[in-house]
Ligand binder design. Sequence first.
Ligand code: CAA
Length: 259
Amino acid sequence: MAPMNDLLLTRTENRVAIVTLNRPDVLNALSVELMDRLIEAMEGFDRDPSIRVMVLTGGDKVFAAGADIADMAQASVVDMMQRNNLARWLRIKAIRKPIIAAVSGYCLGGGCELAMHCDIIIAAESAKFGQPEINIGVMPGAGGTQRLTRAIGKFKAMEVILNGRFLSAQEAFDAGLVTRVVTKEQCLAEAVRLAEQIAQRPPVALQLAKEAVLAADEMSLSAGLEYERKLFYSLFSTDDQKEGMKAFLEKRKATFQGR
Ligand code: CAA
């Protein structure tokens, strides 16, 4: 475990990496430094063969209240373009291993966009999702207009983005943004439990399945189906496919090696 004053805490157990945003005084506002630490940690776990799934959380009070407003309050358009901080979000999009968000409390602006970069969202009943950038004179900039619209549809997304309305955990679940709603006490444990289950699956198949699902947002149906078919066939070059199917026929549990 990293020291408590660290911006980002990480620990690993049972092939799962648990990454915790840790700026509670400012509701985990995503400063440039915190984002750099987060991306470096996630890329490290993505390369580490002993890790198969990541869980991202902000603790049990807040997930993240967005980009750090103090960092950009005085910036000009040229400052923003030169810093180009939002470009680094592409590195989170490029993470190949599954990421589960465990969301309690506020999950706003860049915080909501960060949760939407994850693959599964477990929400505590206390979670509040929103894109309130409109209230501070701007709009979402790290994918909110695109990912929220794809997740919950144009008409609900418009109210959230144009009027800065927060969605409760239950509303977010009903709208399709959240995978499961649990109590605050269960939130991280439930995300870790799910991560540990997924970590038992064959890693290469996990990676390609994640890639194929994400491709659904980028491709036409016929191109996506063709892409899926090629990825499916390619898994027949892995030892894990041979082991998985052999174990099924022998009525035993498969042991996957990630090869
Ligand atoms: N950036 C910087 N500081 C923040 C912050 C943020 N996004 N959100 C909260 N804080 C700070 C507050 O300034 C406050 O600091 P002080 O104690 O030093 O005054 C501390 O966190 C606690 O916040 P509040 O006193 O405001 O707490 P509250 O319970 O009254 O309200 C809240 C909670 C509704 C979440 C409110 O803090 C809020 O509206 N925060 C901003 C939300 C927002 O606009 N997010 C979008 C940011 S822009 C963005 O994310 C762009 C993008 O797409 C990448």
